[in-house]
Each structure stands twice: as C-alpha cells, then as structure tokens.
Design a binder for this molecule. Structure first.
Ligand SMILES: *Cc1c(COP(=O)(O)O)cnc(C)c1O
Length: 430
C-alpha cells in the first residue's frame, strides 16, 4: 500500500503542529508507523491522501454511528448555514435539542450545551462541588474524562488515599482532591468514602468503560455505586460521552437500568461536530449560572451549525430504535467470528464486547480493570494493528481503546474484516 503523501504531510506537519497532530493518539506512537492523512469519508470507508480506501472501525472515535457523511445530516448542516453560523445569542434549535435529549436520556431534566466532552466533564464536577459544598472527587483508574487537570491523576501508592499528578503541569494541590479507585471494585470505593467522610462531592465514571479498552461493569457495580452515593449524599456522574446514544438511545442508564444524578455527553451528540453537554437533576443543574452560583459559559456553546448536525442525528436515532438491534447483531457476528478464528488458531485472547463496541485484548487474562488490561502484549497489538492497516482495515491505534462500528457494516464487510483478522493473526505469529 502506497502512503507516500501521508508520509510527506506528516513530515511537514511536525514543523508547525506539535508532534504533527492535534490530539496525541493520532500520531500512531503506540503502534509504530506513520499516521494516515485523511482526504474524505463515506459510509464504512475512510480514504487517505494516497487514495487508499479503509474499512473503518473508529468512526471519528464514536460520533459516526451511522457511518460517514450521511446525506440527511450533510443537508441539515447546509440548510442551517444559509442563516449564518454563529450569533452568540439564543436560538430555537437549542430548545429543540434540549427537549429531545431530555426525552431520550434518563435523569436529564435540565441541560447545558458545551463544545467538547472535556468541557462537559470538568463542568459537571464543578457543579457537583458547588451543589454539595464538598471538594473531593472519586474517579477510576483507566477511565478518561477529558484532559482537565482534575482528571489527569494516577492512583497514589497503597499507603496514601490521594492521587498523584499523571501529567506535567498538574499541581499536587489539584491531585490531592482527586481520589482514584480500581474499576469494578466496590469495596475500594467504600473504603475511600469511609476514609474521607463528608468530603466527597462526586463519583465520576464511564459506566461502561471504553478508554482502557472496553471494560464492562460487573453485575452490581453500578447499583452499588448508586446506593453508596444515596447513602452519603454524593453526586453520581455517569460520563456517557462515549456510550451515550451508542449503547442505547438512553446510553448505559437505559441499557443497565441504573440512573445517575448528572450525565456528561459528547461524540454522537454532535454527529461529528464539536459538541458536548452535561445535564441531570433539575435541583443540581439549577446551581449553574445564571440561576446559581456555579460559573460556566461558552462563546460558541449551542452553535447553530453544530446543533443542526446533532439534532438531525438524535432525531434519526429516536425515530429508528431498530438501529440498536442492528448494531447488536453486527457485533455478535463480528465477535463470534473472531472467537472462532481464535479457537481455530489456538489463541486465547480476551474479547470484551457490548453492542457496537469491542476490544480484542492481547492477553489471556479476563479484563475487568486497568491492571488486567495492562497484562496485554502491546508490542504484539502494534504488529496486529499494522497488519490490519496493510489489509485496508483502520483500527484505533492503541490497545487501550474500544473500537466502534457503524450501521454501515454489511455482512460482506464483516466477512472482509474477519478475513483480515485471521490473516493478520497468522502473520504476526510467524
Ligand atoms: C472522548 C471522551 C471524553 C473527552 O471528550 P473530548 O470531546 O475529546 O474532549 C470524555 N469522556 C469520555 C468517556 C470520552 O470517551
């Protein structure tokens, strides 16, 4: 496969863009090789600047649940552009969007639109702190909530309960207010809560985690967190930036039947435009300015172009609930196909899967948390990634990511992916 133009652009990009990319994982550092520069996309396919076509299993890291460039969304954007694209004043479409989200997502009584998942999550913890008057938050190792200081915290050593900065530029002062627990370990959370009585404002988590590879909540984990929060007056925040509108119309809350107090959203909500949102119980959301004392604002928040894309997407999802059954059946075919290939080749890799999300972990250990995920052979994953790419299958360039597919995966494309999977595994074993 010729990727000369991508190579040239990557060399040029590095002169003026840090690392050549505007978000680190795009640089392919975890897997080796040069990132591809993309020219266009349609349906299940990405096309790079060398005119290679790839079947796509990231879909812009989630938003493109209907595949790339659906005609009706492009038309909605074009129509909205005729009225110009930013006013910094309220518009009707923001109300339509808010009402639609409230009708689809459990526990959302009031909402605020922002421009990214990061913004949604950093705002949600501020609101939780403002509402409870408490300072500390609990997050889970391996969960990602965007790049705000409070989230870039690693677990402290066993002897200390507070976290340590996980990025240069994050202060110890911030780190001491973020406590880090192990995913799927309810007892660890209970211990943190008991050791910090009346100091915890919120527990924030990916209720199905996709940022350490895909990790599902064990039976009772979400219910246990809910009960713990109710008992101690802690705000439960589900970060559904990835899972919202993907695992069901109402995200994990609907699929697992557990309600949060605040929900953060992103990705699909903007259909590929930069949109995020946070919402939840009226009583908590009414703490936000201009009604309450928690300040949060945005020059471009609720941008009409972005809202027109998001509204078209969410209306489609609401009117076509059968797409979730379709995505589930695509997932079954794909994952069952991979499992039988592994069996045939005598491989025992762990596959975690739900709906339209899955990760093949290059480990034979069951993966229920970040420590388990880190038993994966990441060098082998890099080889697998490059083998798949050379066969025209574009995966997320890291072992610690969930893959996402769209409704565009026909049986024929599933067959192609499975064929490439088997060939790639055979190749990297030799
Ligand atoms: C992508 C993601 C974010 C961050 O969203 P951005 O739009 O990249 O800022 C936050 N939480 C989760 C669960 C995500 O997957």
């Amino acid at each position: 496969m010729n990727t000369e133009n991508s190579k040239k652009l990557f060399a040029q990009a590095q002169n003026t863009i840090v690392g050549g990319v505007n978000s680190p994982v795009r640089a392919f550092r975890a897997v080796g090789g040069n990132p591809l520069f993309i020219q266009k996309a349609k349906g299940a396919y990405l096309y790079d600047v060398d005119d290679n076509a790839y079947i796509e299993l990231i879909n812009s890291w989630g938003p493109m649940i209907l595949g790339h460039n659906p005609d009706f969304i492009r038309e909605a954007i074009a129509k909205s552009l005729e009225n110009s694209w930013s006013f910094g004043a309220p518009t009707h479409i923001e109300i339509q969007m808010a009402e639609l989200i409230a009708s689809m997502v459990p526990a959302v009584e009031k909402i605020r639109m922002v421009n990214s998942g990061t913004e949604a999550c950093l705002s949600a913890i501020r609101v939780a702190r403002g509402y409870t008057g408490k300072s500390k938050i609990i997050k889970f190792a391996g969960c990602y909530h965007g790049h705000a200081d409070a989230f870039l915290i690693a677990a402290g050593s066993g002897a200390v309960t507070f976290g340590t900065p996980d990025s240069a530029g994050v202060t110890q002062g911030v780190a001491q207010d973020t406590l880090v627990a192990e995913y799927n370990n309810l007892e660890a959370v209970e211990n943190l809560v008991n050791a910090n009585k009346n100091q915890i404002a919120c527990i924030i988590l990916e209720p199905v985690a996709g940022n350490m590879g895909l990790v599902l909540p064990k039976k009772g984990f979400l219910e246990g967190l809910r009960a713990l929060c109710d008992k101690d007056g802690i705000v439960l925040i589900f970060d559904e930036v990835m899972t919202g509108f993907r695992l069901a119309q109402g995200g994990v809350q609907e699929r697992f039947g557990v309600k949060a107090d605040l929900i953060t959203m992103g990705k699909i909500i903007g259909a590929g435009m930069p949109v995020g949102a946070y919402g939840g119980k009226k009583e908590i959301m009414d703490c936000v300015a201009p009604l309450g004392k928690v300040y949060q604002a945005g020059t471009l928040s609720g941008n009409p172009t972005a809202m027109s894309a998001g509204l078209a997407m969410l209306q489609y999802l609401k009117n076509n609930p059968s797409i979730y059954t379709l995505l589930d059946s695509i997932g079954e075919k794909l994952v069952n196909g991979m499992k039988s290939i592994h069996q045939k080749l005598g491989l025992n890799y762990t596959i975690n899967h739900i709906g339209s999300m899955y990760t093949v972990f290059f480990t034979d250990k069951k993966v229920d948390n970040f420590i388990d995920a880190q038993t994966s052979d990441t060098a082998l994953f890099g080889q697998y990634f490059r083998a798949m790419l050379s066969k025209g299958i574009y995966l997320a360039p890291s072992q610690y990511e969930s893959l996402f597919f769209s409704t565009c995966l026909t049986d024929e494309l599933i067959g192609k992916i499975l064929f490439a999977h088997e060939e790639s595994l055979k190749e990297i074993r030799n």
